[in-house]
Write a protein of this length. Structure first.
Length: 179
């Protein structure tokens, strides 16, 4: 995350906190971020210097003016005017970090070979909450290359209980061993 994203995302969070809109803007910015990720050509169009700035701002208004909070729409327009629309994802991350920090929420990135069941997610959440002393929000993803087990990243710490991680550790020990 860049300093620019930290500054702009933090400023948006400060405004949202002042207006008691933190949850609403968090949800809406996540949805817009997903739309941008799914439609990168739209973001390129909004960043294209050959398209007049007024036209680009009108496109943002048309796309989000009726569905998103006015503060968020104006934030998108500000990023567009300053040529910083590519920083929107980082701004969303900075916003979410501030939101989570203010509420004592820790985000855990969980990687598994297969999709976890809800019961597994609930058990893992309870265990991580006990370990961290915070409320934990899981972000789950699958990666078949881990082969089995889980890799959890929580508050800058990585807990690797994957088969791939264990095999890598065994291979490292074998290399260190002299016969």
């Amino acid at each position: 995350m860049t300093k620019t994203a930290l500054l702009y995302g933090g400023s948006l969070y400060d405004l949202a906190a002042e207006e008691n809109l933190e949850e609403k803007l968090l949800e809406e910015s996540s949805q817009i971020r997903k739309l941008f990720w799914e439609n990168p050509e739209y973001v390129r169009l909004l960043s294209e210097p050959s398209v007049a700035i007024k036209e680009r701002l009108d496109m943002i208004e048309e796309a989000f003016g009726e569905s998103a909070d006015r503060y968020l729409v104006n934030f998108l327009k500000l990023l567009c005017e300053r040529g910083l629309l590519g920083e929107f994802g980082g701004c969303c991350e900075a916003f979410a970090r501030r939101f989570n920090a203010d509420r004592g929420i820790a985000e855990a990135l969980v990687t598994s070979a297969v999709e976890l069941t809800q019961a597994q997610k609930d058990a893992l959440t309870a265990r991580l909450e006990k370990m961290s002393g915070k409320s934990v929000r899981l972000v789950c993803r699958t990666d078949p290359s881990v082969l089995g087990g889980l890799r959890v990243e929580l508050e800058g710490k990585e807990l690797d209980g994957t088969v791939k991680g264990r095999l890598t550790g065994i291979g490292r020990k074998l290399k260190e061993t002299t016969v």
